[in-house]
Write a new protein. Structure first.
Length: 408
């Protein structure tokens, strides 16, 4: 049985992949993640995946469906009618959940209990003909209810009081940049990074929500779905809180293809005159795009600062970076990176030579990423920087390391 609901579309439903993959949605998505942070119980299925499924026997259609979890801020479809379990004992090969739904026994054998379960079915107090929704597959139709701008010239001497005052001013801007960068990263890691993408399993008669290009919505049982039903469809979703529930049967491997936001912290280095090096906490933020699953280009910034009243400094770098992950060992991914850009730094106070300089830098190093989910990785990086300048006193190699997260 099929159900149609007429409802004007409040937003574009033609996307069949994650909005994070669309360039036009990157900035709005970041704002969305920070304000919502809620993952929903609806899972989006691509048109190609549905075309594959309708070619399989109806009784096998619910076992392996590739789907992507939606956010609760997305527009939900009209709910499917309540799934009324058929009377009597289940047939051979079926079991009954503690919520009263018939489910193929192999689901329990392979997947255990459902990740989502709809509410326990409760028969109406007064049953009428209008309450009965017939179905050949058992029951009613489907579903239960910033870059610091300091001087570009270099000087190796001078009073420290004015320079320290400038450093303190820049520090305030860098603190704001770090707080915002970390907040965006945590928001994305907890939402986009945690979003499930992979294989799901549902009852063969699970309700399928179809979003049509003319704004209509319709509901069709999975085992009754045909290729003709997909001819005008722009989006397809399944709810874990309808039918007999939903199993999350296996997340997909890490998929970097698309936009990426990376953030982390560690130990950074500042090259000073006379061959000195100042080490201290540093922060890294990057935003970029991976055209493939192993290669990406990112805009990269590193921030290091100390507003100590006696001796203070800041060190900021802004550049471009290429990352490559050619090696994979189970969930561990390894590769190199190379980049370069512009560095700004200043120091003042007792024990540090007073200097203020802007210069280019070149960086390279090694990456190690541990796959956490399909969209989130724990990253470790070792970096070697070369900071050339016209002043030989401040030329040198410095190393650093950081630990952080990459959201894809």
């Amino acid at each position: 049985m099929k159900h149609d609901t007429r409802k004007a579309s409040a937003s574009e439903h033609s996307r069949r992949t994650s909005p994070w993959r669309s360039p036009a949605c990157v900035v709005p998505l970041i704002a969305l993640m920070l304000t919502s942070g809620c993952l929903g119980h609806h899972y989006e299925v691509s048109r190609g995946e549905l075309e594959r499924i309708v070619q399989t026997p109806p009784q096998e259609r619910g076992r392996n469906i590739y789907a992507v979890q939606r956010f609760s801020t997305a527009e939900d479809p009209e709910p499917a009618p309540a799934w009324e379990p058929p009377p009597g004992e289940p047939p051979p090969g079926y079991g009954v959940t503690h919520h009263g739904h018939w489910v193929p026994s192999l689901y329990f054998d392979f997947y255990g209990t459902p990740y989502y379960e709809p509410p326990i079915y409760r028969s109406p107090v007064v049953a009428t003909a209008a309450d009965v929704h017939g179905s050949s597959a058992g029951g009613g139709v489907h579903g239960a209810s910033p870059v610091p701008d300091s001087g570009a010239s270099s000087s190796s001497s001078g009073g420290s009081s004015g320079g320290l005052g400038n450093i303190n001013g820049v520090d305030k801007l860098l603190v704001v940049a770090v707080v915002v960068g970390v907040a965006v990263g945590i928001g994305l890691a907890a939402t986009e990074g945690a979003r499930y993408e992979g294989s799901i399993a549902v009852h063969p008669h699970h309700p399928v929500h179809l979003w049509h290009r003319d704004g209509r919505q319709s509901i069709v049982a999975l085992d009754e779905l045909t290729a003709a039903d997909l001819s005008t469809v722009s989006e397809v979703t399944l709810s874990g809180e309808e039918g007999a529930g939903m199993w999350l049967s296996g997340a997909a491997p890490l998929n970097r293809a698309g936009f990426s936001y990376q953030f982390g912290a560690g130990n950074d280095s500042l090259a000073l005159p006379r061959g000195l090096t100042e080490r201290g906490p540093g922060f890294r933020f990057a935003l970029g795009y991976y055209p493939t699953k192993t290669f990406g280009l990112l805009a990269d910034t590193r921030l290091q600062f100390d507003d100590n009243a006696v001796r203070g400094y800041y060190n900021a770098r802004l550049g471009l970076e290429a990352q490559w992950y050619p090696l994979s060992l189970w969930r561990l991914h390894l590769g190199p990176f190379v980049g370069g850009g512009r560095a700004w730094s200043a120091t003042a106070g007792v024990g540090l030579p007073t200097t203020e300089v802007a210069r280019p830098y070149i960086s390279f190093g090694a990456l190690a990423e541990l796959e956490l989910t399909t969209r989130l990785g724990l990253t470790f990086r070792w970096t070697q920087d070369w900071l050339p300048t016209s002043n030989p006193d401040t030329r040198g190699f410095v190393s650093s390391w950081s630990l952080g997260f990459a959201v894809y």
